[in-house]
Design a protein around this ligand. Structure first.
Ligand code: PRP
Ligand code: URA
Length: 211
């Protein structure tokens, strides 16, 4: 699974150390939020490694200098609620990014995603879109999010998550062969309630203290 061409497991030791703390059931809400934000910042550094640039020229105090600027704008699309926990960390690195919001929750019985909010920026088609959700479980929520973003005209889409299940990766890569997934871990399996094992529990509850 780690060799799937659409999947990038970001195995940097600092990310892995912080992910271990995030998984720990004794990690309190305040530290959980701070760690998730740091991890998001570090992961997006890797996700944007190949982002296209154009040459520009600036004047240093000593004369002209050729430099680079990002060739396309970035749009962040966090899936509410849990995606919000990674958004500020990314904005610290890319403060000029625009942010669209998609509200989705899983029906606890059917595990099917239900959309309750959609506010994407205009002209998203010309930008690179990063859909953000720490948990890729059945893949239902991300597949709806990708469909929604594609309907708005975007064609350049990447997924940033934290923990993915093999089942979720299979579902998303099968439905969307043009989308790359960046995750810090691929866990063992989903349990019968659709939770990732070992995972980290309910990400939204742990970020917002609602358990
Ligand atoms: C969680 C998580 C994902 C979704 C993943 O959200 O943040 O959005 O479940 O599951 P899936 O891959 O099986 O669709 P949840 O429905 O708990 O909503 P919340 O973020 O508001 O708590
Ligand atoms: N959503 C979560 O927050 N955690 C899981 O393990 C699965 C879905």
């Amino acid at each position: 699974m780690t060799n799937h061409p659409q999947v990038n497991v970001v195995s940097h030791p600092i990310i892995q150390q912080r992910l271990t703390l995030v998984r720990d059931k004794n990690t309190k809400v305040e530290q959980f939020r701070a760690l998730l934000s740091q991890i998001a910042s570090l992961m997006v550094f890797e996700l944007t490694r190949d982002h296209p640039t154009v040459d520009v020229e600036v004047e240093t105090p000593l004369g002209p200098c050729r430099g680079k600027k990002l060739a396309t704008e970035l749009t962040l699309v966090p899936i509410l609620r849990a995606g919000l926990g990674m958004t500020d960390g990314i904005l610290q690195l890319i403060p000029e990014a625009r942010v669209g919001h998609l509200g989705l929750y899983r029906n606890e019985q059917t595990l099917e995603p239900v959309t309750y909010y959609n506010k994407l920026p205009p002209n998203i088609a010309k930008t690179e879109v990063i859909i953000i959700d720490p948990m890729l479980a059945t893949g239902g929520s991300l597949n709806v999010a990708i469909d929604t973003v594609k309907k708005s005209g975007a064609g350049n889409i990447k997924i940033l998550c934290l923990v993915a299940s093999p089942e979720g990766i299979e579902a998303v890569t099968k439905a969307h062969s043009d989308v790359s997934i960046y995750t810090a871990a691929i866990d063992d399996h989903l349990n019968d309630r659709g939770y990732i094992v070992p995972g980290l529990g309910d990400a939204g509850d742990r970020i917002f203290g609602t358990a």
